[in-house]
Structure formats: C-alpha cells, structure tokens
Write a protein that binds this ligand. Structure first.
Ligand code: GLU
Length: 928
C-alpha cells in the first residue's frame, strides 16, 4: 500500500515536472528565399499541423518567425539570423540557397542553435548543429549508378546545366563500366544546337541533370530535333520530375526514367496537398495552380519541422530544458540545450524488431557517456519516407521510387532503390515486354529493303502499283507475318544507295541500310542481311531467320565422254596388271606342279596295259588355256587329278569368283553413272590456280569475310581477288551470277549458300561447288537500342516454330519465279532413257571382240600358209600351186570332207599317220 502511494506521488511529480518543462509557446525561425513560396508554405503548414493535432508537444504551441531573403544575399542572411536569435528561437530552418545557408550555418554553430536544412548539399562532413533531410548526394549518386547499371546503359551523354550537376554525378563519372560524354547546356535557353550534335553523334541515351523546371524545355527542344523517338532513352535526375508536364512526351514511346522521394499519388501526400490548399483557402488565399503541387524540398521542410518537434518533445521528456533563450550575435552566449536537441533529432532511427533497444551505439560523438539515457524512438515516417540520419547528420537509408513515363498511366512506378538493396524493378519481365508490345501496336514502321531476289523484288505486272504493293519476295512476306503477330503497320522503302551496310575504312562512316537505321530514317532493315560482328556493334539484330554459309557458284561440270574401254573401269590399271601377272604365274605353277606329281602322268593308250611312255595333259599351253577358261567361267576340258594341282585349281576358282563378282558389281555403276569433269572441287582448288578468276559482291559480308580472314587459304584468295584486273567484284549477286553464266568456266563467284540455292534452282547450267566456308545467319536489323528488337525476335521464333519460315522459303525458292525448273529438267532427262547404255559405253567390248577375231584370223592364215608350204615341200610341188589348190578348195565353200593328202614317207619303215578331218580330215599330217 505504502509502495503504491509512493509510486503515485512519483508519477504525479514527474508529470508536474514535465508539464512545467516546456513553455506554452516555442519559437522557431524560418529563413526562405524570397521566390521560394512553397518552402514557406510547407513550413507554416507543418507548424499548423503540429499545433493542431497535439500528438507531439501536447502542451506547447510552435510559433514560426519567418524571414525572407533575396537569393544569395549573405549579408542580409546574417542580419536575419541574428534577429531570429534575439527572438529566442529554438531552431532555424532554411534557407535553400547555398551561400546564405552557409552563413546561417556558421552563426547557428556559434550560438549552438540547431539548424535544420532541406537542401542539396555536397558537404562530406556534417556540422555539429545541423541536420539535413535532403538525401545525401553520394547516396543519390549511387542510386543513379545502380539504376543505370540495372537499365544496362553503357554509353550515354550527361547533359547538365550547372557545375553543381557535375559534383552530383561524380560517382557516376568515376564508374569505369560507363562510357560517358559530358555536355553542358548553355544558359540562353536554346539547347537545339547541342541536341543536334548529340543526334549526329548517334548517342541514344541521355542523363539529364537539370532543375525540374528546365526539364520540360529540354525535352521539348529534343522532340523538335527528333530526339524523342522510340530509340532514345532519358534518365532524369531531378527528384521532382512528377512536376513536369509529360503530356507532350507520353505518347512518343521515348523511354524516360526518373526517381522520386515522394510519391505524389500516395494518398498521404494527396491529403497533405489538399489540406494545404484548404488551409490557405481558410486564410482567404486561393493558391495559384503551381503551388498546388508539392515539391520534394517542400515535403522535406514539412518533415523537418516534425523532426524538430519530435526531438524537442523527446528531449523534454528526459531533461529539463530552458527554451526561448534570447541570444545576441554580438555576445559569446550560446544556447546550452542546442547540442542535446540536435542529437535527439539525429537519433531518429527505426527500432529494429518492434521496439527492442538498439544493440550498438551509432552515435560516437555524443556528449553523453551513458547511452541508457537515450530514449528509443518509434520510427519516424514522414512524407519523404523513413527519416534517418547518419553520424554526420545527413539523411540516410532513404528509399527512392524508380518511375517511368507510361502511355496509359503517365508516370508509373516501376521499382525502388534502397542503399542496401540497390535498384529493384518491381515490374515483371512480362510487364516490361507488354509495355513495349503495346507501344508497337498500330505504329507504322519504316522498313528499309534492297531489291535482291528472292528477298525483295519489284512485282512484274502491267498494272500501276503503289506503296507496299509494289514489292514481293521472301522478306516482304516475312515482314507481313511479323506485323500481323505484333500488330504494327509498315511501309517499305528501298535503300537509296543500294548498299546493305559497310563501314568505310577511311572515314569510319556506314552506308546503306545501316546508315539509314543509324540516322533513324528506317525502323527495320531487311534483306539477305548477314549478321556480322562489325554490324552488330553499330546496330541491333533480331534473332536470325535463315542460316547459311559462303560457298562457290560455278558452271556445272561438263559430262565426261564415256571411255571406249569403260568396261575396264571397275578395276584400276594396277589390278588389271596384277591379274595378268597372277594368270601367268598360276599357269606356270600349275604346269610345274603337274609335271612334278605322278597322278598327272597318264597312259596315252589305255588299251596298252604297260605303256612305254606316259603323257601329261598339263602342257604349258594347256595350263594357260585351262586357267583362262576357268577365269572366264567357261571351264576346261582337262581336269587336275593330284591334290596339289587341285589346290591350285580350287584357289584359282575362288580368286576368279571374287574378282568376277567384284567386277560385275562395279561395272554396272561405272557404265550407268555419268562422270563430271570439273576443274575445281572447292575453295582450296580455286586458291591453288590462277586460270579461273573468282570474286564476290563488293562491300558485302562475303567481301568482309575474305578481307578480314586470318586463314591462309582465304588470305591468298583475298590477295588474288583484290589484285585482279579487271575487278572480280560485282555490284550485286545477280551481276556475279550472270558473269559466271557467261564466263564459260573462267569465273567462279563466292556467294552465300541460300542465294546459291535460289540461283541453281533456276539456272540449270550452274551449280554449287564444295561445302560452306563459314556459318552465319540473316537477321532483321534495327537501330541501336531499339525497343522492338525483343518483340520482333520473338515473332521470328514463333514463325520458325510454326514452320511458316519453311513454307515461305519453299514458296520463294522452289515454287515462284521459275523455281524447281532444274529439278524438273533433271527428272525428265532421267525418265527419257538415262539408264540406257550407248555404244560409247560398251564400244570397248566390241573392240576387244574385233581385235580377238582379227588375231584369230591372222593366226589361221599363218597356219594355213605354213601348212601349204609344208605340203608343197612334201609333195615336191610349188608353193603357189599348193596354195592355189588349197584356196580353191576353201572358196568352193561346199562339202565338209576333204581327201587326205598322203605324204611320201621319208624312210620306208616309218609308219604314216594321217589326220583327216576338218579337224580330222583336213589336210594336216604329223609325223610321230
Ligand atoms: N548477305 C551479304 C551482306 O549482308 C551480301 C551478299 C554477300 O556478301 O555475299 O552483305
């Protein structure tokens, strides 16, 4: 009971003490630049608000003393501060301009009066008696870096108006990852010359660091110059971009990103602005339109007054403070509570987990050694978010909204930035893509083309056509299909100089379609446009729509006239020689073995049981006859009987079987397949010779391929091509193909395989020689940084997956404009007896036959003459008589019998054997 009474008395004492601690009226001073009405309004409104709602400083009323200053008038600033100090103010707010603010700061430091600022200040070390609610510039600079990194900006221009801007962007400039051009806007308000320069330089990304009221002017002039198109992106560093009238730029599809500390769409802010306007109305003042919007600095001023009030309230609850002390600038007197108050203000920080005490002291310069004397505050959320200061008294741990200009919503929040987490886009990838796709709807894109068959051609018609109807081709259809998917319109324009795009070695300037894209005179470039490293550096490319490589187009090889002895082709010359050697070798071996083995020696007269002589059938001639007979699958009339001779015969038959089968199998192919006679088989062959000239399209990707190649063969080819006179380079692929057609095999053209495919479908005397020298693709080119690269690429992928690209290719390669002609011709040639063998193919066999017959006849004549001579000698008749009687008998051509011409025996005891046949009776006799 006693304890309870004591407690009650203690509490009562405490309350009484608190009630008595602060006076009814607390004076605070505000110094504002004369032109800055918003700051003053925010200051006054904050004071009114605190006085009205009584949550902070419930027993006291804030009374504001306001002093207005001409900008940068430091003399008057000092005088006004002294005046305020004489009035006994507990804190001084403002001013915004740097020079005057520094004066005010030094006086406040001297008098130990808290100075509360809300302005951009690049001081690295804070003043003891000052807090600044404006986000600390190094932190802001970090935010710019993080966001630009997130946006994947690498090259950009910084446009700034005051030197302060350079300081602000310092850490951006120090980043090695960025390649930055810095340009200062002149002060006369005409930015066009500078903007034109930027346009000419090809830069598409611009960081604009100017005051919010200059932003509109710069953007408007940029739009006049043509720098507000789909291809340009802006990052605006001003925290008050929401005050800029973006209506004129909203539909330009220009990517404009900015950051904001306050969200004007936030209900708290809107309520604040409403009550601000209403409050002024109550005081009989209708606020002009420009004051009905809140700036970041005004919101910071509102928060600053709250920070002060809360700090004072908290100081009051733990200390007895004397307030409204009149101070004189001339005296050395100071306010002894100033230090404590400023420390309490700086102390604001959220309690980590719902109110647990802060574990570590963040405040080393504290005049208090006992940390437990510091209260732990609830988090202080103002209009500008969480209010927290670092040890130097600079605003820290603030959060920025990343905003973008959106067609539908105007300024749209797309992410946030925090010091710890960096830039985080809350917008999903799908949302980002959808935004770009929406921008593309109903837009009319200018599509640059070059007239190259079958990619883009003029329609052949007698009708007068206009606009897009004039063109047809693979690329024309492809664009149409992409436009249907992405719902945009398009107009074709033929590139003025007819080039696709090559970079001048001397000036570094691009020509052709690339030039038009860089100048933003075209939105898309499509033709057989090869994606190369150099072009990719200058412009953007979509996903490839066709893959190809460099190859050679050349006159089709002439058919080789069939060889008279093509029946020998199945075996090479070597094989024929080996076979002949084998034939002779085996015949001789058989002859020798047959003489060696007894089984091959037979009784010539089987009726004589014990013959005096044995006979061997395998004479050398018989061996040759047997081996050739079996080789030609005709068999022989003698057969080996001994094991060894049979082995020889068996192995020979096996050899014969394999050789004859191989010959037969190969013969069909050799007689029916037509041999082509081409002097070159590939690039290597071209490089090795000098007779056949070769070239490619001038300034195309094939030209660059050879010019820049490190491969020795291609380097040699480049040297040959570039030194050739007259030039082997052509203005177009068509010209090259024509030159090949007319050159009669003396010119080969290096061209991309897809285009070769197209040509050889129609020009049947031309063909592709060898394989591909490289591998590359065609893509649609877009200006650098074009937002439409993604949607166009995904449309190409869709068309690929749906097989539409294949259908288009078949249509333009094989069906339209004479496609498939050569295939038809080839198949009709085949069906009209391509399989027949002519005399040219088998003529050699007849030659052999005739040759054999001639030799046989010759042999017969020789034998005939020999026989006639022998008969003449035997009968002692003249050779001519004998010859004429024999010839007469032959010429008679009748009768199959002939009388035996008996030969007079040379010795009486020798029996006379006669053979009388045609065969046996023919006049042939042999003495045994
Ligand atoms: N497709 C090539 C280019 O984009 C043109 C033809 C060629 O060089 O073979 O330049």
């Amino acid at each position: 009971m006693k304890i309870a009474i004591l407690n009650a008395i203690f509490i009562l004492c405490c309350c009484t003490w608190k009630i008595l601690a602060l006076p009814d009226t607390i004076f605070i001073g505000g110094i504002f630049d004369a032109h800055d009405e918003r700051q003053e309004l925010a200051f006054r409104y904050a004071v009114e608000k605190i006085n009205a709602d009584r949550k902070i400083l419930p027993r006291s009323t804030l009374r504001a003393h306001i002093e207005k200053l001409p900008a940068d008038d430091s003399f008057h600033a000092s005088k006004r501060v002294c005046k305020l100090l004489r009035n006994g103010v507990a804190a001084i707010f403002g001013p915004q301009s740097e020079n005057t603010a520094n004066h005010v700061q030094s006086i406040c430091d001297a008098k130990e009066i808290p100075h509360i600022e809300t302005r951009w200040d690049y001081k690295v070390t804070g003043d003891v008696y000052s807090v600044n609610l404006y986000p600390h510039p190094p932190a802001l600079s970090q935010a710019y870096c993080d966001i630009l990194t997130q946006l994947q900006w690498k090259n950009f221009v910084i446009l700034y108006d005051s030197n302060e801007g350079l300081v602000r962007l310092q850490s951006l400039l120090q980043q090695k990852a960025f390649s930055i051009t810095i340009r200062q806007l002149n002060s006369d308000g005409d930015y066009r010359p500078l903007l034109k320069n930027i346009k000419r330089s090809g830069e598409t990304k611009i960081v604009l660091d100017v005051a919010h009221d200059t932003v509109y002017n710069v953007l408007k002039q940029a739009a006049q110059i043509g720098l507000m198109t789909d291809y340009y992106s802006y990052f605006i560093t001003s925290l008050d971009f929401n005050l800029v009238d973006i209506e004129d730029f909203r539909y330009s599809s220009t990517n404009i990103t900015s950051i904001q500390l306050i969200n004007p769409k936030d209900p708290q802010i809107q309520q604040f602005v409403d009550s601000w306007v209403q409050g002024e109305l109550r005081h009989g003042r209708n606020l002009p339109q420009h004051l009905r919007h809140i700036t970041t600095e005004a919101a910071l001023m509102y928060d600053a007054v709250h920070v002060f009030a809360k700090g004072l309230d908290d100081l009051d609850s733990s200390n007895t403070i004397e307030i409204n002390t009149e101070l004189f600038c001339e005296s050395g007197q100071t306010w002894r509570h100033g230090n404590s108050l400023i420390n309490y203000m700086k102390w604001y920080s959220p309690r980590p987990y719902g109110g647990n005490p802060r574990p570590v002291s963040p405040w080393p310069p504290s005049p208090y050694s006992n940390m437990s004397r510091y209260p732990y505050y609830d988090r202080l959320d103002g209009l500008t978010g969480l209010i927290k200061f670092n040890t130097e008294g600079f605003r820290s741990d603030f959060q920025l909204d990343i905003v973008e200009v959106d067609v539908k919503e105007g300024l749209k929040k797309v992410g946030t930035w925090t010091q710890v987490g960096g830039a985080n886009y809350t917008r999903s990838w799908a949302e980002a893509v959808e935004t770009v796709e929406t921008n593309l709807h109903n837009k009319t894109l200018r599509v640059s083309i070059a007239l190259t068959p079958p990619y883009a051609m003029l329609k052949e018609t007698s009708m007068q056509l206009e606009g897009n109807d004039r063109y047809e081709g693979f690329c024309i259809d492809l664009i149409d299909k992409i436009a249907t998917i992405r719902k945009f319109n398009y107009t074709f324009q033929v590139v003025a100089d007819g080039n696709y795009g090559s970079k001048s070695r001397t000036t570094g300037e691009w020509n052709g379609i690339v030039r038009e894209l860089l100048d933003h005179k075209a939105d898309l470039g499509i033709v057989d446009f090869t994606i190369t490293y150099e072009r990719e550096e200058a412009v953007d490319f979509s996903m490839p729509f066709m893959n190809l490589g460099i190859s050679i187009i050349y006159k089709k090889a002439q058919k080789k006239p069939p060889n008279l002895f093509s029946f020998t082709s199945p075996f090479s010359g070597d094989v024929w020689i080996y076979m002949a050697t084998a034939y002779l070798g085996v015949s001789v071996l058989l002859f020798i073995l047959a003489r060696m083995v007894p089984e091959e020696w037979d009784n010539p007269y089987p009726c004589i049981e014990e013959p005096e002589e044995l006979e061997n059938s395998f004479t050398l001639l018989n061996c040759l006859w047997f081996i050739i007979g079996t080789f030609l699958c005709q068999g022989g009339d003698i057969a080996p009987k001994a094991v060894s001779t049979r082995i020889v015969a068996g192995i020979w038959w096996f050899f014969t079987l394999i050789m004859i089968s191989s010959y037969t199998a190969n013969l069909a192919a050799f007689l029916t397949v037509e041999r082509m006679d081409s002097p070159i088989e590939g690039a290597e062959d071209l490089a090795k010779q000098t007779k056949i000239k070769y070239g490619c399209k001038k300034d195309g990707s094939t030209f660059s391929f050879f010019r820049d190649s490190n491969i020795p063969t291609y380097q040699r080819m480049w040297a040959a091509m570039s030194n050739s006179r007259p030039s082997v380079f052509t203005e177009s692929n068509d010209a090259g193909v024509e030159r090949v057609s007319k050159s009669n095999g003396m010119y080969a053209f290096l061209m991309e395989s897809s285009s070769i495919e197209y040509e050889i479908e129609r020009k049947c005397d031309l063909t592709q020689i060898g394989g591909l020298l490289d591998s590359k693709s065609y893509g649609i080119a877009l200006p650098p940084g074009s937002p439409y690269t993604g949607p166009i690429s995904s449309a190409i992928l869709k068309l690929k997956e749906d097989g539409e690209l294949h259908i288009l290719k078949t249509r333009w390669w094989k069906e339209r404009k004479g496609g498939g002609r050569c295939v038809r011709e080839a198949s009709s040639a085949k069906s009209s007896g391509a399989a027949e063998l002519g005399l040219a193919h088998v003529g050699g066999v007849f030659v052999v036959l005739i040759g054999g017959m001639v030799i046989a006849s010759f042999m017969a004549i020789c034998e005939f003459l020999w026989n006639a001579r022998e008969l003449a000698t035997d009968e002692n008749a003249s050779f001519c008589d004998e010859l004429s009687s024999e010839v007469k008998f032959i010429i008679k051509c009748s009768g199959n019998t002939k009388p035996v011409r008996k030969k007079a025996p040379s010795t009486p005891e020798e029996p006379l054997f006669t053979y009388g046949s045609y065969g046996a009776n023919y006049g042939y006799s042999e003495r045994k």
